[in-house]
Structures are given as C-alpha cells and as structure tokens.
Design a protein around this ligand. Structure first.
Ligand SMILES: Nc1ncnc2c1ncn2[C@@H]1O[C@H](COP(=O)(O)OP(=O)(O)OP(=O)(O)O)[C@@H](O)[C@H]1O
Ligand SMILES: [Mg+2]
Length: 251
C-alpha cells in the first residue's frame, strides 16, 4: 500500500485515567473527502488536536506522506501542510472579504505590520487573495464586508485564509456548527469541491451533511475506531445504527 496523505499508527491519548484515543489506526488518503463521526465525547476533537500537534499522544505515531511527524511542533506541521480552521471567528468583520484575505496573505508573505494597508494594494497580494477567494467560490462577495455575509460564507472566508497555507491536509472540526441547514449545504459543497490535491477530514454531527459530503466515514466511539467504510457501508452497519445513527437515517 502506498503512503497515505496522513496516517496514525496505534495512536493513544490518556487524560489521567481517561483513555480518549485508543490504538487508533487511521488513514486519510490523497484527495480524501473523509468524515469523522461519533457521539459527544468520543474523542473526535482530541484526535484532530493530535494530528495538528496541539496535543502530544501518549503513544503511537503520526505520519504525513509516510514521514513521521509525531514529535514535530504544531507550527512545523502547518509548514508541512497540515492546516485547520478554528471555531473562533478570527475575521475583521468590518472589512471586506478581499481585505481580510489580503491581510492574511500579506502577513504570510512577510509584508505585515505597518505595511498592511500598502500591502493590501500590492498586486501580488491581491492576486493571491483572489485565487484563494475563488477556490471557495466567494468571488462575487469579494467586495462585501464580512459582517454582511451569512455565517456559512463567513466560514468560507476562514477556509480561504487556511488555504493560503497551501495545505495538503485540511482538518475541519464541525465547520457547519451554528449555520442554518440551507447554508450549511452550500458550505459543505464548497469544501467538497476544493482541489483534489487537498485531503479533507471533517468532524460533523449532521448526518445529512456527512452522507452528502463524505466518500469515506470513520465512526469513533469511546476513543476507538468502531467502524469505517463508504457511506453505504456505514449506513448499512447495524451496530453503527444502534450505537450512533439510531433512527436518524430512517426518516
Ligand atoms: N484537556 C483535557 N483534559 C481532560 N479531559 C479532556 C480534555 N480534553 C478533552 N477531554 C475529555 O476527553 C473526552 C473526549 O473529548 P473530545 O472533545 O475529543 O470529544 P468529541 O468527540 O470532540 O465530542 P463533541 O462531539 O462533543 O465535540 C471527553 O470526555 C472530554 O471531557
Ligand atoms: Mg468535538
């Protein structure tokens, strides 16, 4: 088997006596559209924190394209292409979409600080910002202030900024949380159609979104992988239905 984009081997994490990751062997393939699901407290967010380096595992390994990154600090992993977005809205709401993305791009290009306003007019910065904005299909909103956008589109601005890191892996912890369902479908569709060079792993509780977005699903229960497969395999899995999906898929 060729190296996965991101892989974990026997990954374990304990908080005192609580085992939050238990021997997790997981593969995120190149170009993946993969969802991680499971009950509250299953250890999903912890798992993403282990992947990004926000937390160090108690045992086990994390490999990026076959290379062991287990002991790399978070910032070094970002440079290697592991990006995430955070729940906290870190945008300048009174500025436009283009201005927000320009600021992030300018900081990254090292033309930040007092040069920010000038940087916003710099042709390279604007071109790169527009490239990112187009990746999330927000070009028609580029000149609008963030505060005027529905939440789902604000989240896409955050994703555009994360894409500026040229990630190979994008990790999204409940990107649709707090977003009305009509909008959340647009958000997830935009994520699904990102360039295939980027492998995407999302944590999501809304099963409509999961089954629409994902090509592969992993079910985590009590820190361990309970089931994994295609959406059809997961939907047909009687144990998964009884443990997690319940009757959610019957309606
Ligand atoms: N820093 C910590 N110290 C101690 N326990 C923690 C810590 N972080 C998380 N936990 C515990 O680990 C378990 C897994 O938490 P985690 O946030 O990973 O679950 P989750 O699957 O993301 O849940 P949710 O669906 O509610 O977001 C929970 O029991 C939680 O209380
Ligand atoms: Mg969580």
């Amino acid at each position: 088997m060729s190296a996965a984009m991101l892989e974990t081997r026997d990954l374990c994490k304990n908080f005192g006596a609580l085992e939050v990751s238990r021997e997790v062997n997981f593969r995120l393939e190149r170009g993946a559209r993969h969802a991680l699901i499971g009950p509250n407290g299953a250890g999903k967010t912890t798992f993403i924190n282990l992947l990004t380096g926000a937390l160090l595992p108690s045992r086990g390994n994390i490999l990026l394209e076959g290379e062991d990154v287990t002991s790399l600090a978070q910032a070094r992993r970002v440079k290697r292409g592991i990006a995430r977005t955070f729940q906290i809205n870190q945008l300048f709401r009174g500025l436009t979409v283009l201005e927000n993305v320009c600021i992030a791009v300018a900081e990254r290009m090292g033309v930040g600080g007092s040069m920010l306003r000038a940087a916003g007019r710099h042709a390279d910065v604007i071109a790169e910002a527009m490239r990112l904005i187009e990746m999330v299909k927000l070009q028609e909103d580029a000149g609008r202030r963030v505060v005027e956008l529905p939440y789902g589109r604000q989240r896409l601005v955050e994703i555009a900024i994360a894409l500026g890191l040229n990630p190979r892996v994008l990790l999204l912890d409940e990107p649709a949380a707090g977003i009305p369902s009509a909008e959340s479908h647009i958000l997830l569709d935009a994520i699904a159609t990102l360039p295939k060079e980027i492998a995407v792993l999302i944590i999501e509780h809304d099963m409509d979104l999961v089954f629409r977005f994902a090509e592969r699903i992993t079910v985590l229960v009590s820190g361990a992988i309970f089931a994994e497969g295609t959406p059809a395999e997961i939907a047909d899995n009687a144990e998964v239905r009884s443990v997690y999906l319940g009757t959610a898929l019957d309606g």
